[in-house]
Design a protein around this ligand. Sequence first.
Ligand code: NAD
Length: 328
Amino acid sequence: MSSTRTALVCGAGGFIGSHLVRSLKCEGFWVRGVDLKYPEFSETAADEFIIGDLRDQAICRDVVDMPFDEVYQLAADMGGAGYIFTGEHDADVMHNSAMINLNILDLAHKQSVKKIFYSSSACMYPAYNQEDPENPKCSEDSAYPAAPDSEYGWEKLFSERLYLAYQRNYGVNVRIARYHNIFGPESTWRGGREKAPAAMCRKVAEAPDGGTIEVWGDGKQTRSFLYIDECLEAMRRFMDSDFSGPLNIGSEEMISINSLAEMVISISGKSLTIRNIPGPTGVRGRNSDNTLIRQKLGWSPQQPLRVGMEKTYWWIHAQVQAYNAVEA
Ligand code: NAD
C-alpha cells in the first residue's frame, strides 16, 4: 500500500459520501469509509467500510489510525427543511455534528493527516442577506456578523472556525467547502430528511396524471442546486489547490421553488397543478456566489439544472415504482 494514496471518508454511507468513495476509487485511492449505516441504494465501493458512531472517541481512534493522504469529513446529523427548520432536532443536530468534528479533526491532527476536507453549508450565511428572493448575498466574505437561520447553520459555522483554528495553531492542512444544495440519484427521497429536489421528484412521481402536488411556502422562495458529479469535480480541484477556503461549491442558476416544481412536472410529462401550503421553508432567497471559486480554481458548473434534474427524476421515479410494487 506504500505508493497508493489513502483516503478516509466519514459519512461514506450518505449521499455525497457514497458518490465520493466511488470517485476516489476511480482515481486510484485506497479508501476506508465509515458511517452509522451502509449506503442505502448501492454497494459501497470502499476497500474497507467501518460501521461506527463517530461521536464515540474510541471508534474514532480506530478509524483515524494512520496518516491518511486525504480525510473527508462529511458525517453530520442533517436533513432537508422538514428536519432542520422545525426546531425539533436542534439539540441533536448541534451536539451530534459538533462531537463528530471535534473527534475527527483532533485525531487527524494527532495522526498527521496530510489534508482534511470539511463540508460546511450555505446554511451558515446570515439570514439578513437572504430576505429578498431575487437578490440574496452569499459571497464567502459576507459570513459576518453571523446570523444563520438554523442551529444546523450555527454548528457549521462553529466547526468551520474549529478547522481554521487547528490550521492556525497546529498547521493542519484544511479545505472548507460551503455546499449549496447538492442533488442527484441515490439521495434520500422519502422519510422526512429529503431535500427539495428529491421531495419534488417524489411528489411528482407519486401523483396521478391530472392531479395536484403540494409545495411548501408560497413557492416564490429561491435556491440554486448543484448536480453531484459537478460537486465531485469541484471538490477534487479544491483538494489539489493551495487554497483552504471557506469556498462556495454550488450553482449560480437560481430558481424559485415553484419553477423547480414546474420543471419536474415538465420532465415527467404529466399534467399537474401546484398547491402551495404552509411548511418549513428557510430563508427567502439563496444562491451560490461563484466569484471566488472561478478565481481560485477556474471552476464553474458545466450543465444546466434541468439535465441533472432529469437524471434525478427518472431515478426517483424508478424508486417510487419499486417501493409501490413491494407495498402492494
Ligand atoms: P447524508 O445525510 O446523506 O450523509 C451524512 C452521513 O453521515 C449519513 O450517512 C449519516 O448516517 C452519517 N452520520 C451521521 N451521524 C453519524 C455518526 N454519529 N457517526 C457516523 N456517521 C454518521 O448527507 P449528504 O447530503 O451526503 O451531506 C454530506 C455533508 O455535506 C454533511 O455534512 C452535510 O451537512 C453537508 N452538506 C450537504 C448539502 C447537500 O445539499 N447535500 C448541503 C450543505 C452541506
